[in-house]
Design a binder for this molecule. Structure first.
Ligand SMILES: NCc1[nH]cc(CCC(=O)O)c1CC(=O)O
Length: 339
């Protein structure tokens, strides 16, 4: 068992996945910490994870939820790395007992975006002709597309962002467009590929819990790092993301739940801010849907987590439970068939 970071420590090793995006994101954290802690040294240790190596099976069919995080957590618990930088979206809602998330840096744009195949001139999802193929492997995106754009077909597209863009643009590609997270494209300086930002107003598409934010995972007892990270932390991002994660955890859907969210801070007449959360659960065929919009007083970790539970209860009140149970049942059947 690793001991907490001693106050005399001046050199830190940050663990991350090996993808270009993961490395870019880790550089952002290292650069921010270098500014607030110029006397310290930050090194990056990157590792390919099971999730990176497995590109054949659709993500939602994996039974282990910790594909992207488990091996790095082991390295941290062993003391080989001091903390880990993840895409928060890929971090399971339940962490190992000895690990926790630190304060979060300001979130990048959290929306999904439409990326149209090079050479095509469609400007929005609603312009794309019936029968066209949209590439995505996300059950959340698939379900929301089936609901809002039932005339489009959805086909799996796997791999990191560069691979997906290459598959889209290939001459013999079956895809007219793909859906990606804005954050990944922007961080890789590929913002010029964004055709349309998708949100509740433009298209009715909501994003994944934690999308666009970085999750910095630390050892729970590491108060030194907790303090250090608070210097680069942004409480509005941290509380919004903790509330979103609490919602997902309460629904017990794991990473394969077709749950979309959209959170924003809204000014009240009294001059304070409330957290507004829109959320939706859609059946995979788009036929059934539960959605709510709730405002909450959120100003601490505890109130953020409580708000997530409140939103989950409201969603279940609208029928989300039945939709999730049906998905869970189908998954069990699938697993039994394949084993
Ligand atoms: N599922 C993979 C993944 N994990 C994080 C991002 C992008 C960055 C982010 O959402 O923070 C992506 C790619 C995508 O969904 O387009």
């Amino acid at each position: 068992m690793a001991t907490p970071t001693p106050a005399t420590k001046t050199s830190f090793t940050i663990g991350t996945r090996k993808s270009k995006l993961a490395l870019e994101q880790t550089e952002l954290v290292a650069a921010a910490l270098k500014k607030t802690h110029p006397d310290y040294e930050f090194r990056i240790f990157s590792k390919e994870t099971a999730g990176d190596l497995n590109t054949k099976i659709a993500l939602r069919d994996f039974t282990s939820k910790n594909l992207w995080t488990e091996e790095l957590e082991e390295l941290m618990i062993d003391g080989q790395v001091d903390f880990i930088v993840h895409s928060l979206k890929d971090v399971p809602t339940v962490l190992p007992a000895t690990c926790t998330l630190g304060p979060m840096m300001p979130r990048e744009d959290s929306r999904d975006v439409l990326v149209v195949k090079q050479g095509l001139s469609y400007k929005s999802l609603s312009e794309i002709p019936a029968g066209s193929v949209v590439g995505t492997s996300s059950i959340r995106r698939t379900a929301q597309l089936a609901r809002k754009f039932p005339h489009l077909k959805v086909l799996d597209v796997r791999g990191n962002i560069g691979t997906r863009l290459a598959k889209l643009d290939a001459e013999d590609s079956p895809y007219t467009c793909i859906i990606l997270a804005a954050a990944g494209l922007l961080r890789l300086d590929l913002g010029d590929r964004i055709t349309q930002y998708l949100d509740s107003k433009s298209s009715g598409m909501l994003y994944a819990v934690g999308q666009g934010a970085l999750g910095i995972e630390i050892r729970k007892e590491d108060t030194f790092l907790q303090e250090m990270l608070s210097k680069i932390g942004h409480s509005e991002t941290t509380y919004a993301c903790l509330a979103e994660r609490s919602l997902l955890r309460t629904l017990e859907g794991g990473c394969s739940a077709p749950l979309g969210v959209e959170t924003e801070w809204v000014q009240t007449a009294e001059g304070s801010k409330k957290l507004r959360m829109r959320s939706v659960v859609v059946s995979v065929d788009g036929q059934k849907c539960a959605q709510v919009e709730v405002d909450g007083d959120v100003d601490s970790t505890e109130s953020a987590e409580a708000f997530g539970v409140t939103v989950a209860k409201a969603l279940v009140g609208e029928g989300a439970g039945a939709i999730l149970e049906e998905i869970q049942r189908n998954k069990v059947v699938k697993e039994n068939v394949s084993s």
